[in-house]
Write a protein that binds this ligand. Structure first.
Ligand code: C2O
Ligand code: CU
Length: 472
């Protein structure tokens, strides 16, 4: 299997027919390549839980879970003609991509909602290569939990990292009943005040997968996307040593993950290089260990299984694995302005004063923004900064919970964690904070407009943990 699919711009239909029967491809079932793509959101049915389980009624992009894998090349312009066939309004947010403000998909801030039956044309240049994703920004806790997620891959102009296989795993987390129906109770205060809507069924590209076939001796680039509402993953590739080459789509100095575990909060991505050391017929488990003592613990995510073919090579490929940096503006720390953001609230924490039965339960700097996405009203900015200005922000988590804090528009460098300089000063768009942790970030506010800053545990976002950054 070649690492890149031989699809042409106009070859979408051929491509889907080609891929439909391929057991080797745990990819999204269809990859769309090129500049002009159409996409629709609507009700569908999907087999998530595997043979023996009934299909689940979901909401999907183009009828697929996850949505089609959109593939473009750095420097291209993406044009996506979107049609909303859902029974409610929606938008699409291109998570992690540096898009013009009007294309960012946030109702009330950057566009009007796309009503049921409506259309919207998204168009933006692709400045950065990397692993990104797309999802709605209206009623997100419900719409994402129904399956509206998809991968957005921007290939490097000149690929510098040689791999034998480019694998993509979009991780979904579903709360299903015994009959494999989507469990109700969206936005329940029990979830919203605690860890969010954590599910009981974890899917790789829309299905529970006991094994994923690879070949002994090959080098794999594994692109991981955490598209769950709330679940954090900590993946261990048993007996194998993945190297992290990108985080949130942005290249990083290749390194082994701390403690050997790849931790991914909701919204985050990691690109790994893994050499499939071992003999034909062998393989290894990928296990999760994020919630060691909790009921929703997941033990085994899947198994990478080597086929019977002779090893592709006897010893790992001796070739560079460092990606070329994206053209991001470097923060000017000497000239930075500083504005910290304190996370507060939640169960066992300082809930906002005005708490009602449905919230708000969380606050940023004491301000709880509610229902912004659902009713589309305008939010007053929490932070205002001049265009071109470098901003340094410490996120200070005073709660007892995990929060993946996501900033739209501007990838940021992580400068320090808990007062210690960050080892890789990596670029990210989402930084995961543990209970009582702090993380200091820096970014250049390079585009004017109102941009969202929020927790990517969607039940936290919708009950107060969001704010607006205004760039003037
Ligand atoms: Cu992926 Cu505002 O989010
Ligand atoms: Cu949160």
């Amino acid at each position: 299997m070649p690492p890149f699919l031989p699809l042409t711009r106009r070859g979408l239909l051929t491509g889907s027919a080609l891929l439909a029967g391929s057991a080797l491809l745990p990819h999204a079932a269809r990859a769309a390549v090129g500049e002009g793509v159409s996409l629709s959101a609507g009700p569908a049915r999907a087999n998530l839980a595997g043979t023996g389980f009934p299909d689940t009624a979901v909401w999907a992009y183009d009828g697929r879970i996850p949505g089609p894998e959109l593939r473009f090349r750095q420097g291209d312009t993406a044009r996506i003609a979107f049609a909303n066939a859902l029974p409610e309004p929606t938008t699409i947010h291109w998570h992690g991509l540096r898009v013009p403000n009007a294309m960012d998909g946030v109702p009330g801030l950057s566009q009007a909602v796309v009503p049921s039956g409506g259309r919207f044309d998204y168009e933006f240049p692709l400045k950065d290569a990397g692993t990104f994703w797309y999802h709605p920004h209206v009623n997100s806790g419900v719409q994402v939990a129904h399956g509206l997620t998809g991968a957005f891959i921007v290939e490097e102009r000149e690929p510098v990292v040689r791999v034998d296989r480019d694998l993509l795993w979009l991780l979904g987390d579903w709360r299903l009943t015994k009959e494999a129906e989507l469990a109700g109770g969206f936005g329940h205060p029990m979830d919203a005040t605690h860890a969010g809507r954590i599910g009981n069924t974890v899917t790789i590209n829309g299905a529970v997968r006991d094994s994923v076939p690879v070949r002994a001796g090959e080098r794999v680039r594994l692109r991981l996307i955490n598209a769950a509402n709330a679940r954090v993953f900590a993946l261990d590739f048993q007996g194998h040593a993945p190297r992290v080459i990108a985080l949130d789509g942005q290249p990083v100095t290749p390194h082994a993950p701390p403690d050997g575990r790849v931790v991914l909060g909701p919204g985050q991505r990691a690109d790994l290089v893994i050499d499939m050391e071992g003999q034909p017929g062998e393989g290894f488990d990928v296990v999760d260990g994020f919630y060691p003592r909790m009921a929703y613990r997941l033990t085994r995510l899947t198994r990478l299984t080597y086929g019977d073919e002779a090893p592709l090579r006897d010893s790992p490929l001796d070739a560079p694995i460092a990606l070329a940096a994206n053209p991001l503006p470097e923060p000017d720390l000497a000239g930075a302005v500083r504005q910290d953001v304190v996370l507060d609230g939640g169960m066992h924490g300082a809930m906002p004063k005005s708490v009602g039965p449905r919230g708000p339960f969380w606050a940023l700097n004491g301000v709880a923004a509610m229902n912004h996405q659902s009713i589309g009203h305008h939010l007053e900015p929490l932070i205002t900064v001049k265009r071109g200005q470098t901003q340094v922000t410490a996120f200070v988590n005073e709660t007892g919970w995990w929060h993946p804090m996501h900033l739209h528009g501007f990838p940021f460098r992580v400068l320090s964690r808990n007062g210690r300089p960050a080892e890789h000063r990596e670029w990210r768009d989402t930084v995961l904070l543990g209970p009582r942790e702090t993380a200091e970030i820096a970014f250049v506010a390079e585009e004017a407009g109102d941009w969202m800053l929020h927790c990517h545990v969607l039940e936290h976002q919708e009950t107060g943990m969001m704010a607006v950054l205004r760039v003037t």
